[in-house]
Design a protein around this ligand. Structure first.
Ligand code: BES
Ligand code: ZN
Length: 967
């Protein structure tokens, strides 16, 4: 690994030298916020004075450049010098937490212009002479043109500077500003987080810039292709530590307006995008280690968490994963250090700031007394995901947000490879099928889905950018890249990646650049494909949805068709490929693998796939293909027979797939629902996690549809019968629940066994969970095994009353370990008491009771409870505009919220208010929930039809199954 700081081009080096020391003397950051605010509130005075905004700021979009959300190409930033001073105590007069700052940006003029547009949001500027908000100087010699006027354009989030003369092409300039902002608790830009330690409230100043909030911290050209180098300096109190992307260069005493503080200067960053910047002030502690190549690895967290060793696991695996990605990409880790920090308040799960990755506490900290195997897996995969971005995303960045799917989809695929390297025993790579492929199939089978790729011009506003962070970008992106890597072979895939990263390092690319490099690797390797990488991938990337491949083993005809969960739904978006895909088919005949076939047309004769008698065909091995498979009746019968007689002939991922495909084909009315139910009969003798989890996910839909109807009883009876052997199996395996199963997947399935046994009313299970919980309440000592805690707490609280709830609530409030608090927060939503649920809903919007980052997921937990669902829906409807404005439109939380509260909808009585909700709040908006809302309307309509068509069949089948004891 290279040490120190690198820019690959000579231009970069020149830029740094020229930029260094630009703010060598800090002129007092002395402005009192209240005064500033008063002065700047009206930053665009309406009359007189040369600094007023030019006429016509109507709300009608104009052709004026400052009403365009995209920056003009006339100015190219090279280097920033930024000094920030966040205050960790509130301002005496206003009571607000603030930060003050100074920034200068050196830029080159690429096209002559008399206008400077630079992003700025919610910042108040110190005025220079004549109320001008910035100062412009020339770096090339000569004078910069004078500023005519300057103002803030709120809607498009610009600081606009109108000049009296032109900036000259090829000349370089420096723009200097001095500003104040609020260090709010809004989880975006430069914000504050708080926590209690040793009875004291402590504040952390931290950042979340992606996608468009760097402009909330200092004025900047806030687009991913506007890469520059950044010299960051932070002023902070003694006793606190400042961190940023670069290594600390120096830190020393500094006095500002009589305040004795520390001034910490960081090494300049390499050329990078603004959304990857980070700076943090805290009194956190850290642990560190060095990898073989001398990269400093550090884990930061609250002092008590570090002292208790909760950062150790992350530290242990980071080196292995970094090394893995260095080999995978064949490019050294591009920075001298890798910091990772766990924050008490954080909106997403983690953020890949270059060299300073930020996490929620639950995503980074691990402790074996409190964390489940699932928590541990999340730590490993999320670390791998963010480290993967250090190259793919950070070193090479997509030009614009429309290609976000490639960035997030890629990291979401290789996170499994990185985690597998750290924990090879887990077989975690298989889980992408449940976590991503199956998850996104449910959404991508709707007519209201959308293609992976968006056009650059369709993505303009911050809201539109935020909407892209959805399951399609993440999980479909991951799924199709996994398919691609598989049919190219991993070696060829890696070779293409390596040359892609090398060509575009410290720069930007578009997704077709990756196809170009993969094609070069294909050509060099001599592997044969039915078409070019680009043409094959276009069918997966440019049209929404995916096919169902139907294999008729008696006629040998193989065909494809756009798979729609509701076949009556109307697909209004035309596809450039008429909803046909180029499909790689990995398959086996009678448990013998055959070589991959390609389906390139709507239908084809594939003689090898014709079988008769007891012979059987199974396609889409390990579900590497992003499609579903259907068969003729005879082959289905053969597969069902194999499942019930010798299921291990079918790979376990495919056992999970057969269940998932069958249930979804039935929902799409392609096969009878009874056939789908029959795939669950063999579960009586299944012990593996993946098929069980797949069945439980699909049966959850039956619960959602039927748990308020007469189907519920027989459904419970049937599943109780099916799960009982699994429950007994784990009871024996663990010596009457006294030990933990060895395997990772076994640990998961033990939780399934208990959850489903309790859910279906297995008495022994209820006794078990109640006894464990009561023991805890009585002795105040929690002996419950961490893997089992969520389900045990949930079942005990569901079976209990106010006492159990209050006990859990007080445990939640006193929990100092986030992972434990999360389990309790989930379980508190399991009570069957409406008054407790309603009170809990009220708590969700009180940030002193439930952290803002957790509000929406708590509401969703409540909605998942059959009793809580309507309460949560009424609550969300009544408070939408408050929730939306207070809890931000960013990140995934709003799509999860809408999906969560509407999941159970299956009647006209629910559909109508849902449509009304959409109409009523059109003005407020739905942020990342916009598409989710259309999807839930479509899903509700599908559910209404499904119930009408299936209720009787399902009831009859379940009753028949439970009457006779044969399996
Ligand atoms: N870049 C994202 C974080 C992010 C998400 C920023 C949404 C802004 C808006 C990060 O790389 C990420 O994807 N985080 C995931 C974790 C991952 C394992 C799927 C997250 O936060 O859940
Ligand atoms: Zn990511």
């Amino acid at each position: 690994m290279r040490k120190g700081f690198y820019i690959s081009t000579p231009v970069g080096v020149v830029a740094i030298i020229l930029c260094a020391g630009a703010l060598a003397t800090i002129i007092g950051l002395s402005v009192v916020y209240s005064q500033e605010k008063a002065k700047n509130n009206d930053v665009a005075p309406t009359e007189g004075g040369i600094s007023t905004k030019p006429p016509a700021t109507t709300s009608v979009p104009s052709n004026d450049p400052w009403d365009n959300y995209r920056l003009p190409k006339s100015l190219v930033p090279e280097c920033y010098n930024v000094i920030l001073w966040p205050r960790l105590t509130p301002d005496m007069t206003t009571g607000l937490y603030i930060f003050t700052g100074e920034s200068s940006v050196d830029f080159e003029c690429a096209e002559e212009t008399d206008l400077i547009l630079i992003h700025s949001n919610k910042l108040n500027y110190t005025e220079f002479d004549n109320k001008i908000l910035a100062n412009l100087t020339s770096l090339t010699g000569g004078k910069a043109p004078p500023i005519n006027s300057s103002w803030l354009q709120d809607v498009t989030q610009y600081l606009v500077i109108q000049l009296d003369g032109k900036l000259m092409k090829g000349h370089r300039y420096r723009l200097y500003t001095k500003f104040t902002g609020e260090l709010a608790d809004d989880l975006g830009g430069f914000y504050r987080s708080k926590y209690l330690e040793d009875g004291k409230e402590k504040i952390v100043a931290t950042t979340q810039m992606q996608p468009t909030d760097a402009r909330k911290a200092f004025p900047c050209f806030d687009e991913p292709a506007m890469k520059a180098t950044f010299n960051i300096t932070i002023l902070h109190d003694h006793g606190t530590v400042a961190l940023s992307n670069g290594e600390q260069k120096e830190s020393g005493n500094y006095t500002i307006n009589g305040n004795h503080v520390l001034k910490t200067v960081f090494e300049p960053t390499p050329k990078m995008s603004t959304y990857l910047l980070a700076f943090i002030v805290s009194d956190f502690d850290s642990i560190s280690s060095n990898t073989v190549n001398d990269v400093l690895i550090r884990i930061f967290a609250r002092r008590t968490a570090i002292a208790a060793g909760h950062g150790q696991y992350a530290l242990n695996i980071t080196g292995t994963i970094l090394q893995f990605f260095e080999d995978y990409y064949n490019v050294s880790y591009p920075l001298p250090k890798s910091d990772q920090i766990a924050l008490p308040d954080f909106n997403a799960g983690a953020m890949e700031n270059w060299g300073l990755i930020t996490y929620r506490e639950t995503a980074l900290l691990y402790n074996e007394d409190f964390s489940s195997n699932s928590n541990k897996e999340r730590v490993a995969t999320i670390i791998a995901h963010e480290l993967a971005h250090m190259w793919f995303g950070n070193l090479v960045t997509l030009k614009w947000w429309n290609d976000l799917w490639l960035n997030e989809g890629f990291a979401s695929y290789v996170e499994y490879l990185g985690a597998d390297k750290a924990e090879p025993e887990w077989k975690v790579k298989d889980l992408i099928v449940l976590n991503d492929v199956h998850r996104v199939f449910a959404i991508d089978a709707l007519a209201s889905s959308h293609p992976l790729s968006s056009k650059e011009e369709d993505i303009q506003t911050p809201a539109q950018i935020n909407e892209l962070f959805d399951a399609i970008s993440y999980s479909k992106g991951a799924s199709v890249l996994r398919m691609l890597s598989d049919f190219l072979t991993e070696d060829v895939f890696k070779m293409g990646l390596q040359t892609y990263l090398t060509e575009f390092e410290y720069g930007n690319a578009v997704y077709t650049d990756l196809w170009k490099h993969l094609q070069m690797a294909v050509n060099a390797s001599g592997i044969t494909l039915p078409d070019s990488v680009r043409n094959i991938m276009n069918t997966w990337v440019l049209q929404m949805g995916f096919p169902v491949v139907t294999i008729n083993t008696s006629t040998a005809v193989v065909s494809q068709q756009h798979f729609l969960l509701d076949p009556d739904s109307e697909v209004s978006t035309p596809s450039p490929f008429q909803y046909q895909w180029i499909v790689p088919i990995k398959w086996m005949k009678n448990a013998v693998n055959h070589s991959t076939l390609w389906l390139q047309t709507e239908s084809a004769n594939i003689d090898e796939m014709s079988v008769s008698g007891d012979d059987w065909v199974l396609a889409n091995l390990d579900v590497v293909g992003y499609y579903r498979v259907n068969y003729d009746q005879g082959n289905w019968e053969n597969l069902l027979r194999i499942l019930s007689t010798s299921h291990s002939l079918i790979p376990r991922i495919n056992r999970a797939q057969l269940v998932d495909d069958a249930f979804n084909l039935a929902r799409a009315r392609i096969i009878p629902t009874v056939l789908a139910l029959r795939t669950t009969k063999y579960l009586y003798s299944e012990r593996e996690y993946m098929p069980w989890q797949s069945a439980m996910n699909n049966l959850d839909f039956f619960y959602l549809m039927f748990d308020r109807s007469e189907v519920y009883g027989p459904l419970q009876d049937y599943l109780r019968k099916q799960v009982t052997p699994l429950f007994e199996h784990y009871k024996n395996l663990t010596g009457n629940w006294s030990s933990v199963p060895d395997g990772h997947m076994d640990q998961y399935n033990q939780v399934n066994a208990i959850s489903l046994a309790c859910k279906t009313g297995v008495k022994e299970c209820h006794n078990l969970t109640a006894t464990w919980f009561n023991q805890w309440m009585d002795t105040k000592e929690n002996m419950i095994q961490p893997n089992l805690r969520s389900t045990v707490y949930c079942n005990a609280i569901a079976a209990g009353g106010a006492d159990e709830w209050e006990f859990a609530w007080s445990q939640f409030q006193n929990a100092t370990i986030a992972i434990e608090a999360d389990k309790l927060r989930y379980a508190l939503a399991c009570t069957k008491q409406p008054w407790l649920l309603n009170r809990y809903l009220e708590y969700t919007l009180n940030p002193s009771l439930i952290r803002k980052q957790d509000a929406t997921s708590t509401i969703v937990y409540i909605a998942q409870n059959v009793i809580g669902q309507s309460l949560a829906w009424d609550f969300v409807r009544a408070r939408w505009s408050y929730i939306f404005t207070q809890y931000g439109g960013g990140s995934f939380s709003f799509s999860n919220l809408i999906n969560g509260v509407t999941e159970r909808f299956s009647s006209e009585y629910e559909l109508h208010p849902l449509k009304q909700f959409k109409a009523d709040n059109a003005v407020v908006g739905f942020g990342s929930g916009t598409l989710a809302l259309d999807q839930s309307i479509e899903r509700t309509m599908g559910n209404i039809k499904w119930i009408a068509e299936n209720k009787q069949n399902v009831l009859d089948w379940l009753e028949a199954e439970t009457k006779y004891t044969s399996h």
